[in-house]
Design a protein around this ligand. Structure first.
Ligand SMILES: Cc1cc2nc3c(=O)[nH]c(=O)nc-3n(C[C@H](O)[C@H](O)[C@H](O)COP(=O)(O)O)c2cc1C
Length: 487
């Protein structure tokens, strides 16, 4: 058994006790004692900057449902999720969910695709979200809606029949081993990457035509554009130097500016990373995953297989290049930045701190509050360096009952501009809206990070909040999930 004893937040009595708990853990997370309401709330202050207006500081993070049709169109479940995004009261909808720029670039057979045959479906999602948003907040003034554009690269899994079809930018000694890629497995060629850039252009034009205010050129979580940022060992036009590794971004942006001049651009970035983790069987107990430990990297130094990692000690972040990347975003006149970290595939405790691991994960190697604090601290550091960028912060859901207190403090202190609801939006979309309206919290709807929203799709089922949302709790998929978890 691991030595880690984690104090459950659900059992913390009140905010004063939570503040004491933070102090005892030694983590630097600001937390206000009183929640302010209406205009007095920092979370309700609009942003007006560089031609961008956002009506409040509440953001819906991109949250996929693994519930599209096999041809990449939304289903009733997708529509329901987007309606709930609208009912959150958030004035910034960051992407809705990852939408692939091509069928082959999908991460799962039920991911949405942006193409001619899905335009109507995507338009419906946007319209439903706006309608619901108006019902909650009274108007769509200051509502900014983006679409997250993605190519899944190493994690392509376009259909059930063909299974995983990795499209890789470079050979990664640890990640290749995990999916048994041999040394001669072919890399995407420069010409392949040129063609994918054109797919991003075509996708952005469609998003613009459909009325989306911006597109997110996704650079996070191990997917293609993020992998390219770490392609130090790649030869050719897209690898090696910082200029080459960011050439993909620059070309995508150039093309969008020419073809869709009114469309704004945002970037969701994994601002730092670590080596991949795995569960340690010696630290597990019967039927339960062991604690997470980093994969061995002694033979791999300097570590040239990631972005925002210290090459000499890749357990730690090194923000030198992420800072350079944000300077580049400023040069490209990109203001909207959403910071996240790592990848759900190889270091989920970094990316989405949780008490319970997903089925393919490991028990947390640290108190998940340390993970929350790590992302908050990096965001604060980068916000200080780039005051003109509009930053969205991620990974707050683990704060549970105290999410509103921390969100308010972080915005009030200028650590971040806007606060994103990730897993919490699946169980309790209106949480921050209720808090800033002065309504009592609905405690039974607070996400407790059971990770079923990740375990379900890892096993081919749609994502959603199985423990707390009756739509999923009472579905047939819930029975299958229970079976799978028993196994
Ligand atoms: C079920 C699920 C689906 C997700 N889908 C996406 C996605 O489509 N795009 C993306 O950038 N991040 C995605 N994420 C990551 C979240 O946006 C967010 O960064 C993460 O959950 C941490 O924030 P939280 O603590 O508020 O949950 C997903 C996470 C989960 C659990």
């Amino acid at each position: 058994m691991g030595a880690n004893v984690i104090h459950r937040i659900g059992s913390v009595k009140d905010v004063a006790q939570f503040q004491k708990h933070l102090t005892s853990l030694g983590v630097n997370i600001p937390c206000d004692s009183e929640i302010l309401h209406g205009e007095a709330s920092p979370l309700r202050h609009p942003i007006r900057s560089a031609g961008i207006t956002i009506g409040n500081r509440i953001v819906v993070q991109p949250m996929e449902g693994w519930d599209g049709t096999t041809d990449g169109n939304p289903t009733e479940s997708t529509l329901r999720r987007w309606r709930r995004f609208g009912s959150s009261g958030a004035k910034l909808i960051w992407g809705g969910e990852a939408v692939a720029v091509s069928a082959e670039g999908r991460a799962n057979p039920h991911q949405l695709v942006i193409a001619e045959h899905t335009e109507k479906g995507l338009a419906k999602l946007r319209a439903a979200l706006i309608e619901e948003h108006r019902l909650t907040t009274g108007s769509d003034d200051g509502l900014l809606i983006g679409l997250q554009l993605t190519h899944s690269g190493r994690y392509c899994h376009p259909t059930k029949e063909v299974g995983a079809q990795p499209l890789i930018a470079f050979h990664h000694p640890i990640l290749d081993r995990r999916v048994r890629l041999t040394k001669d497995f072919p890399l995407l060629t420069d010409a392949d990457l040129d063609a994918i850039i054109e797919q991003f252009h075509a996708a952005a034009i469609r998003a613009w035509k459909l009325g989306f205010d911006f597109v997110d050129v996704k650079h996070c979580h191990g997917y293609l554009a993020h992998e390219l940022l770490g392609a130090h060992t790649r030869a050719g036009r897209y690898g090696g130097s910082f200029e080459n590794r960011t050439s993909f971004l620059r070309q995508v942006v150039d093309g969008i500016r020419t073809a869709a001049p009114g469309l704004k651009i945002g970037v969701r970035l994994s601002a730092f990373d670590t080596v991949p983790y795995r569960h340690d069987p010696e630290r597990g107990s019967e039927g339960k995953a062991g604690e997470g430990i980093p994969e061995k990297f002694d033979g791999l130094l300097p570590y040239l297989y990631g972005f925002g990692v210290d090459p000499l000690n890749p357990i730690d972040a090194d923000l030198t290049e992420p800072v350079r990347f944000l300077s580049l975003l400023e040069e490209l006149d990109i203001r909207l930045v959403n910071l996240t970290a790592g990848s759900p595939y190889y270091n989920p405790h970094i990316q989405r701190p949780a008490l319970f691991p997903p089925s393919d994960g490991y028990r947390p190697p640290e108190d998940p509050l340390v993970g929350v604090a790590r992302q908050m601290e990096v965001t604060r550091f980068l916000k200080e360096k780039f005051p003109k960028l509009i930053f969205v912060g991620s990974a707050y859901s683990y704060l549970q009952d105290f999410f509103p207190h921390v969100a308010q403090a972080a915005v009030r202190l200028g650590w971040v501009d806007c606060v994103g609801l990730g897993r919490m939006v699946l169980s309790y979309p209106e949480m921050l809206w209720d808090a800033t309206e002065g309504r009592p919290m609905q405690r039974k709807r607070i996400c407790r990070t059971f990770s079923d929203c990740t375990t379900a799709p890892r096993n081919g089922l749609p994502s959603g909040c199985y423990p707390l949302d009756s739509y999923y709790k009472e579905s047939q998929a819930a029975d299958r999930l229970t079976e799978l978890k028993k196994r």
